[in-house]
Ligand binder design. Structure first.
Ligand code: FES
Length: 73
C-alpha cells in the first residue's frame, strides 16, 4: 500500500472492483467457494462475479446485466 490514496497497487494483494452497473471483478489469489466451503474452480487470475442475479453461469457474470438494464445506483 502506498498509504497516500494514490493509484499504486501491489500486485500480490487481492482486489475486488465494484464495476458501475456491472459485476465485481476479483483480481488475485482469492478462493471462491460455495456457502458450504466447496471450491469453485477458476481458470483466470481475474474473474467477474455476477451481482445482478441474472447470470446463467453464477457465480460468474455472463454479461446479461447489460441487456437487463441493471443499475448499481
Ligand atoms: S453482473 Fe453480469 S450477469 Fe449479473
Amino acid at each position: 500500500m502506498d498509504g497516500g490514496g494514490g493509484s499504486h497497487r501491489r500486485e500480490d494483494v487481492p482486489q475486488v472492483v465494484a464495476c458501475p452497473d456491472g459485476p465485481f471483478l476479483v483480481r488475485g489469489d482469492v478462493d471462491i467457494v460455495t456457502p458450504d466451503g466447496q471450491p469453485i474452480p477458476r481458470t483466470r487470475r481475474t474473474v467477474a462475479l455476477c451481482r445482478c442475479g441474472l447470470s446463467t453461469i453464477k457465480p460468474f457474470c455472463d454479461g446479461t446485466h447489460r441487456a437487463s438494464g441493471f443499475r448499481t445506483t
